[in-house]
Ligand binder design. Structure first.
Ligand code: BGC
Length: 461
């Protein structure tokens, strides 16, 4: 009955897509500013003669900032509104881009990258939240995954910029160019409204109604408004509600997937691909960056495939196939680097394996992680739970980035890839035995499932 009165395909105005497109620029900046380091680090490392530890620190500085930003973003978005916080993030993005481009030395560079990271941490959390709160339910899933697509596109753009500027070793321009999308984000955000949900939450029903009128085509705004109010009443619980035993499975799933998404090593490829390619025998920096662009394009393409399949075949099959493929290709990478007889083939073989590995990530764990954490939490703890899980994700990302080169030095490339492959197998088993299928389930059905204290796999059965 409700579905007749709720917004449907014909009820969305073009303005909503504008909201998603503009705020999606922050996803692109997330991708750009994390990906750009893969090319820039080659030149920074030689210009400043960096040790493996300092190299790791330059790469990781952005992640240290992101951990801080994810924490701040949660607090600020709750108190000052989603729109203002994204505007704030855009200003930090601009400041960080300029700062890193003109930095006099390595300490300032690390500091500047932390600033950029704070913007990423804030935006990674508030932009999907903002889009989701403006979206009607029938399109929310697509728009959540659209954010992952924006991240992958940002990564490819960073690789292309790295490649174009490699001949002049222009790492300062690589960082500085982020100012362009950041400025577009800043200007664009001024034309967007505050989240209707946040407005209603803070007692501003009049403005909340006005915003809904602009982003919906039909006259059922009152139904939606009252639903927002009803669900807000259920959202009263604080962090202590997270410890309610009935909510523990959902929390465990989010935290485990956040760790698995990072500890299976995706960002060693995203951040260090040119170094891996050089290690595998690609002689010039440009050749290594070209191979890396291929990896980025596979990431974009397979994310699109995943978005098309998610609502048809479901989240679980994609996650399981993705994890199986990631584990297999990681084990293969370990073998390639282990056998001296493969030395003449190592470059092409490593390139093919890395691309397959990224393809399996992009079809499963990449988008499905962010999608699932936006679906599995009861309304009243969704914001807090997502914020905690996002922090765990950035924290795990940081640990992997800090340890990757040290791991390569101590247990070798083969050992490192096998280690990540082992975690991939664990993630597969965890998913197989514990991660529910949320396809075709309303958020209320999922919430009710936890309330009944049932096993996650019984969802929808
Ligand atoms: C992850 C990022 C990763 C990106 C790669 C995202 O889902 O959270 O850490 O860099 O995917 O596409």
């Amino acid at each position: 009955m409700l579905s007749n009165t709720l917004p449907n395909e014909k009820s969305t105005t073009i303005y909503l897509y504008f909201i998603a497109a503009i705020s999606g620029i922050s996803g692109m900046l997330f991708g750009y500013d994390t990906g750009v380091i893969s090319g820039a680090i080659l030149f920074i490392r030689s210009e400043f003669n960096l040790s493996p530890f300092l190299t790791g620190l330059v790469v990781s500085a952005v992640l240290i900032g992101a951990v801080i930003g994810a924490l701040l973003g949660g607090y600020m978005a709750e108190n000052y509104g989603r729109k203002k916080v994204i505007i704030f993030a855009a200003i930090i993005f601009i400041f960080g881009a300029i700062f890193t481009a003109i930095t006099p030395d390595i300490i300032f560079l690390i500091f500047g990258r932390i600033i950029v990271g704070i913007a990423i941490g804030i935006a990674s959390f508030t932009a999907p939240l903002y889009i989701s709160e403006a979206s009607p339910p029938y399109i929310r899933g697509a728009l959540v995954s659209f954010n992952q697509l924006a991240i992958t596109i940002g990564i490819v753009i960073s690789y292309l910029v790295d490649y174009s500027l490699a001949p002049i070793q222009g790492w300062r321009y690589m960082f500085g160019l982020a100012v362009i999308p950041a400025a577009i984000l800043l200007i664009g955000m001024f034309f967007l409204p505050e989240s209707p949900r946040w407005l209603v939450h803070h007692g501003d029903l009049t403005d909340g109604r006005k915003v809904l009128q602009r982003i919906r085509n039909n006259s059922n705004i009152e139904v939606e408004l009252s639903q927002i109010q009803t669900s807000l009443k259920q959202e009263k619980g604080g962090r202590s509600e997270l410890l309610n035993p009935k909510n523990k499975p959902a929390l465990l799933i989010g935290i485990a997937l956040a760790i698995f998404q990072q500890v299976t090593g995706i960002n060693t490829v995203i951040y260090y691909a040119p170094i891996i390619f050089q290690y595998a025998g690609f002689k010039s920096s440009s050749a290594a960056i070209i191979a890396t662009i291929g990896v980025g394009l596979v990431n974009v393409g397979m994310t699109i495939v995943s978005i098309k399949l998610l609502d048809r075949v479901g989240r679980r099959p994609l996650l399981l196939v993705g994890l199986a493929g990631m584990s297999a290709t990681l084990i293969l990478l370990g073998i390639i680097f282990f056998l001296p007889s493969l030395i003449s083939l190592i470059g092409p073989l490593a390139a093919i394996s890395l691309m397959l590995y990224v393809a399996f990530f992009a079809i499963g764990l990449g988008p499905v992680f962010w999608l699932l954490i936006s679906e599995i939490y009861p309304l009243k703890i969704r914001g807090t739970a997502m914020s905690i899980v996002t922090e765990v994700n950035w924290g795990s990302n940081l640990v992997i980035a800090l340890t990757f080169l040290l791991l390569i030095q101590s247990i070798g490339a083969s050992g490192t890839f096998w280690l990540y492959g082992g975690v991939g197998i664990l993630a597969f088993l965890f998913t197989f035995y514990y991660v529910p299928e949320t396809k075709n389930q309303t958020l209320e059905e999922i919430e009710e499932h936890w309330r009944k204290g049932k096993h996650p796999l019984e969802l929808g059965k």
